[in-house]
Each structure stands twice: as C-alpha cells, then as structure tokens.
Design a protein around this ligand. Structure first.
Ligand code: XIL
Length: 366
C-alpha cells in the first residue's frame, strides 16, 4: 500500500511538472515518466482518439504500480481502465460472504484521479473463481452468484461505466460451456446475473464478454449472437457485447470481416467494446522487423473495424507493456504457441513499438 501511494505521489508530481513544462513539439510520444504525466498529453492515444469518440483502454494491475513509469505512462496514454484481476471473484470474495475490495478500490481511485473511465471485469466467470464455489449445490450456487453480483456491483455503484457481467459463458461450439459450474443453473443464470447487476448499479452499462467471437461465420460467434439477441429481446438489461480480441496470427479475420461481424451485433441495438486486445508475435513468420510490422498491421485492422462501426465505443489493450502481458508468463504464454509474444503497444522499457505508431496513425485516420 505504502509503495503504491508513494508511486502515485511521484506520479502526481510528474504530472504537474509535465503540465507546466514546454509544450509537446509534435514529435512522437516517448514514454518518459518525468514529462509524461499530463492526463491528456498531446499526441497520446487518448488525445488522438478524442475526435473519434472512442475510449482508449488498458488493463492495469495494482502489483505493477510501484514502478513509477507504469502509472505515468498508463494515465498519459489511456482514458479507460480495466482491472486485470482485482475485481474477479477470487479477488473480491475469497471466502463465502467475505469480501475484499481494497485492490479494486485502488484502481478505481487511480482512474478517477486521471479522468479514466472504469470497465469492471468481471462478475460471473468460470475462471479465477474461488474454490469454495465449486462445492455448492444448485440452489446454493444461485444464491451465491446473486449475492456476489449484488455486493461487488454495489461496492462501486456510480463509479463503473461498464461491467463485464458474464464472461466466456459459451464454448467453441456456441453452447453453454460444460466446464463452468454456472451452466448447471441453466441459461437463465445469465439473465439473472444481468438483472442483479442492474439493480445494484442502475447506471452501469452491462456487457456480455467473450473471446473468439470476432470471425463472422463460426459456431461460437453464432452461439454468442443468439445468446445476446435472446437476452436483448427478452428485455434483460444488457447494453453491450465485449469482443476480447486476443489476436491469433495463425488465423485471424480480416478487418472487413470483423467490421461486418461488429455491424451484425450493433443491429441488435447493443454497444460494442473491444475489451482485451493483444497481438502475439510468436507465430508470425519472418524476422523481427517483419514480425513487428505484421503486428502493427493486425492491430490496425482491429482498430479500423471499431472505428468503422458507430456502436463501437472503446478499445482496451490487455496490459500496458510487454513486460506486463499475461502472455509473458510461463502459465499463459505457451498456450498461444511459440513465444516470445511481446503482444502489446510498449516494449519492456516502456518505449512505443511500431504497433503503437500504427494504432496512433489509424486513430488519426492516416
Ligand atoms: C488473465 C490475466 O491477464 C492474468 O493475469 C490471469 O492470470 C488470468 O487471466 N480472458 C479474460 C481475462 O477475460 O480476465 C484474462 O485475464 C485473459 C483471458
């Protein structure tokens, strides 16, 4: 806590220095914490995206905050924040009825200090679930889910712009996934979770979030489409759908196909968010330069698709620098094929990569 406060303090000082220092000369932004603190620094992603009316988001984690470069760069470049792990069930309700909100609080406060929107992530998910949940019978599970949604969503009532209420409910065939304990409650658990979240925080926009629903014509996309269509048509308070966009360079839809897919969901009257973008380098063929150029191209395609569809309101990258990516961990990296993945906009020294400049150019319409 102390370390975190110290880094915030350092950051705020840097922000003030940044504001009164010489105006940006128009050169590409450099990740220099001493001058990089201004909330809407000229030339940053967040400022460049302003005319597009899209929020530029980043997933942040409290445990990285002690390096002052991390909060400084995040606040300079992004105006939306998703807690990477701090609002998940295992973090917020480790034991039945015992809630823990400190880490989530810190990120919400950080966002508020830097005029960043918060995307709450996530209320009901089969992963990062506290182990005790798996031992419950159906009626206990339903009560536990409703209590969890109610307590967590009310904790930050009025301070969370969007919640990922239910995450990854559908399997790759488009059916409710069998490895989720919530599936035992039947499809109505999803509507129940949305209603409980709406009651707890009526102003939050409520999202269903999933991965591999970017391609137009896949069983999983169809399954997710039918799910949210049904919720919407039944009057369930669902306001949007989140496309995670963990790009897989081994097979990935074109920007046109993604756009067509986003349009189909928008026609349901839903908002769209790209919630967890990253572009792993590992399986891209060629030398380092070629890989970085292709990474930029793939990311530009994702940004392009969002900009082409008015209902798409924001784009969030799943981590700040390559040093902080979940794909840089031995647990998750190998699941995405050969590494190193280096999937984010900034390198391990906080410097912008070609993909950063590509995204910036796409936002600027260049
Ligand atoms: C990941 C985090 O980035 C990791 O730190 C954690 O160990 C596992 O979860 N889909 C999601 C995110 O919705 O919550 C996941 O985040 C990545 C996949």
């Amino acid at each position: 806590m102390k370390v975190f406060l110290m880094s915030l303090l350092t950051f705020s000082v840097a922000a003030c220095v940044g504001k009164s220092a010489a105006p940006n000369s128009g050169s590409p932004p450099v990740a220099n914490p001493a001058g990089a603190g201004t909330a809407n620094a000229s030339g940053s992603l967040r400022e460049t995206a302003l005319p597009t009316k899209r929020k530029m988001g980043v997933a942040l984690a409290t445990y990285f905050m002690s390096d002052a470069r991390y909060p400084a760069l995040a606040a300079r470049e992004f105006d939306s924040l998703t807690p990477e792990n701090e609002m998940k069930w295992s973090a917020t309700e480790p034991n039945p009825g015992q809630f823990s909100f400190e880490a989530g609080d810190r990120l919400v406060e950080f966002a508020e200090q830097h005029a960043m929107r918060v995307r709450g992530h996530t209320l009901v998910w089969h992963n990062q679930l506290s182990p005790w949940v798996k031992g419950l019978n159906e009626s206990e599970l339903k009560s536990a889910m409703l209590r969890h949604v109610e307590r967590v969503a009310s904790r930050w009532k009025g301070r969370i712009a969007q919640w990922d209420v239910v995450n990854e409910a559908v399997d790759d065939q488009g059916k409710l996934r069998q490895n989720s304990p919530f599936t035992a409650l039947g499809p109505s658990y999803i509507a129940d979770a949305f209603r409980a979240a709406h009651e707890a925080d009526p102003n939050a926009l409520l999202f269903y979030n999933d991965y591999e629903i970017e391609a137009y014509d896949s069983p999983k996309t169809r399954g997710a489409y039918e799910l949210v269509k049904d919720l919407k048509e039944s009057g369930v308070p669902i306001h949007g759908i989140g496309f995670q966009m963990h790009v897989d360079p081994r097979g990935w839809p074109s920007a046109d196909e993604m756009q067509k897919n986003l349009e189909r969901f928008a026609k349901l009257g839903l908002l769209l968010e790209l919630t967890e973008i990253d572009v792993p380098l590992g399986e891209i063929p060629g030398d380092a330069e070629r890989k970085l150029a292709r990474q930029s191209e793939l990311a530009r395609g994702v940004v392009h698709a969002c900009l082409a569809v008015p209902a798409c309101t924001g784009l969030t990258f799943w981590g700040l620098t390559d040093k902080h990516s979940w794909l840089s961990t031995p647990e998750w990296g190998p699941k995405k094929g050969r590494g190193p993945h280096l999937p984010l906009l900034f390198d391990e020294s906080y410097q912008p990569k070609p993909v950063y400049h590509g995204v910036l150019a796409e936002l600027a319409g260049r």
